[in-house]
Design a protein. Structure first.
Lengths: 112, 115
């Protein structure tokens, strides 16, 4: 079993839809949770990060962490064609040192 | 200004050859990494250097050898290339090793194809 599980998709939605992306994990030591966005032929870029459980909102994006269920989510409201990309969840811990573990990434297509 | 830059962007070579990929960051970060992304987009850490010291060395064949001449540069040399080495290799950097307000900044990758 991988430490971080993420459905690779692809996920196709119409413009304006609410998108929900999810990851589950097995290591209860993870404390820092991140979402990276990766456009085709580019490197991943940090989109959101949260520490421990709770919600964080930034514009159209909301990140949620439920440590009791070992489950994290990213919601995208009013999705745009420019949101079409691969979204990777990532996590790390103080005990994990310098290591950030990534999910497999979910490919998202937003159709105009 | 590109924060993390890698060269070359594309690398096509034959099995058995030796090749190098170079990475430079101008962010003043202390830690640099090499990640490998396979055809299914799975991103896996290979190595990490903190202030020129190797701190992460995952289960990677010893044909792969990283070198950090200074904390702004991290190179990856690959000997005796194999078909399975075909992937995108990403360099990344972070301010500090553990993530505390210290996300990874990635380059745009080197797409390696071994024929």
């Amino acid at each position: 079993q991988k430490e971080v599980e993420q459905d690779p998709g692809p996920l196709s939605v119409p413009e304006g839809a609410i998108v929900s992306l999810n990851c589950t994990y097995s290591n209860s030591a993870f404390q820092y949770f991140m979402w990276y966005r990766q456009y085709s032929r580019k490197g991943p870029e940090l989109l959101m990060y949260t520490y421990s459980s709770g919600n964080k909102e930034d514009g159209r994006f909301t990140a949620q962490v439920d440590k009791s269920s070992k489950y994290i989510s990213l919601f995208i409201r009013d999705s745009q064609p420019s949101d079409s990309a691969t979204y990777l969840c990532a996590m790390s811990s103080n005990t994990g040192g310098f290591k950030t573990i990534f999910g497999a990434g979910t490919r998202l297509f937003v159709k105009a | 200004d590109t924060a993390v830059s890698q060269t070359p962007k594309y690398l096509v070579t034959q099995m058995g050859n030796d090749k190098s990929i170079k990475c430079e960051q101008n962010l003043g970060h202390d830690t640099m990494y090499w990640y490998k992304q396979d055809s299914k987009k799975f991103l896996k850490i290979m190595f990490s250097y903190n202030n020129k010291e190797l701190i992460i060395n995952e289960t990677v064949p010893n044909r792969f050898s990283p070198k950090s001449p200074d904390k702004a540069h991290l190179n990856l040399h690959i000997n005796s290339l194999e078909l399975g080495d075909s992937a995108v290799y990403f360099c990344a950097s972070s301010l500090e090793g553990t993530f505390y307000n210290s996300p990874l900044h990635f380059g745009n990758g080197t797409r390696l194809t071994v024929t």
